[in-house]
Design a protein around this ligand. Structure first.
Ligand code: SIN
Ligand code: MN
Length: 274
């Protein structure tokens, strides 16, 4: 899916692109069945919250091993729609995933992600340059009520803002201090809510300020994230590196698969189970 010059210009200007209907209804159904299968699985990379213990995040879906491995999510991350677009925008043929995850944000209990830049954490992982981008795929209708993502357009061009470790939710997040955020937002266009039906997708720059609110609705808000890095920009050694599910050491360049590979992966899993 080659991007148009207008899309490339919009990414440079705003730091994100939205792709309505990128993932088809049948693919969303298959990916949702994978989320249901993985939610009860106990794994190092699954962070739970609330009285129900629903996952806030489930990591490491894209590998071929481990308790949360999911062939359909792995396939999706390698389709031309996803990997091809990431290659174009990062200007590099050789990409790997720093991590992948589904953020469940359960009805009523699913909590806020404060304003942050992803590179705030990733540079602490030893990554030297902000040559990274994240693909988000909505697996539910994303609404303002259920805690959709918000992007601050153009904020990736500010460079990196000093972050602090916000420990107020189950996932400890390197976030932008509130006073700094108030100052920045006063000078910025209004945040953009990334809403839309299941299958809506977006890609965003690792220095783009983004956040999402508490899920006040009675519906879960399931969203998948694939965080791409260039192989050349793989992390340098750091003292006490974070675990593999969040700071991958699999730096092998990802290979493109056919666009129907997600459904094929589902068919293969069903055949193996018979
Ligand atoms: C993130 O920024 O990593 C997650 C935000 C969300 O799921 O709303
Ligand atoms: Mn983020």
């Amino acid at each position: 899916m080659p991007l148009s010059p207008a899309q490339r210009a919009a990414y440079e200007r705003d730091g994100f692109l939205v792709f309505p209907g990128l993932v088809a209804t049948a693919e969303v159904a298959l990916l949702r069945s994978e989320v249901e299968r993985l939610m009860p699985v106990q794994a190092e990379g699954t962070v739970r919250e609330g009285a129900t213990g629903a996952p806030k995040s489930m990591f490491r879906l894209h590998e071929t091993d481990g308790p949360t491995a999911s062939p359909p999510f792995r396939a999706l991350s390698r389709t031309p729609r996803v990997l091809g677009a990431a290659k174009e925008l990062l200007g590099d043929e050789q990409l790997y995933l720093h991590h992948s995850k589904v953020n469940v944000k359960a009805a009523i209990e699913g909590s806020v992600w404060p304003w942050h830049q992803d590179y705030g954490a990733w540079q602490l992982d030893g990554i030297q340059r902000p040559d990274m981008a994240t693909f988000m795929v909505a697996l539910d209708e994303a609404t303002e009520m259920n805690g959709c993502l918000y992007f601050l357009p153009g904020s990736h061009r500010w460079g990196r803002t000093e972050a602090y470790l916000d420990t107020s939710t189950a996932y400890r997040l390197w976030s932008v201090p509130p006073a700094e955020m108030r100052r920045r937002m006063a000078e910025s266009p209004e945040p953009v809510a990334i809403t839309g039906p299941p299958g809506t997708a977006a890609i965003f720059h690792c220095n783009l300020m983004h956040a999402s609110g508490h899920n006040l609705s009675r519906h879960d808000r399931w969203q998948a994230y694939f965080c791409f890095n260039t192989c050349a920009n793989r992390p340098l050694d750091v003292p006490s590196p974070r675990a593999d599910h969040v700071r991958s050491r699999n730096w092998a360049p990802m290979q493109l698969v056919a666009d129907d590979a997600v459904l094929q992966a589902g068919r293969a899993a069903r055949a193996a189970a018979e």
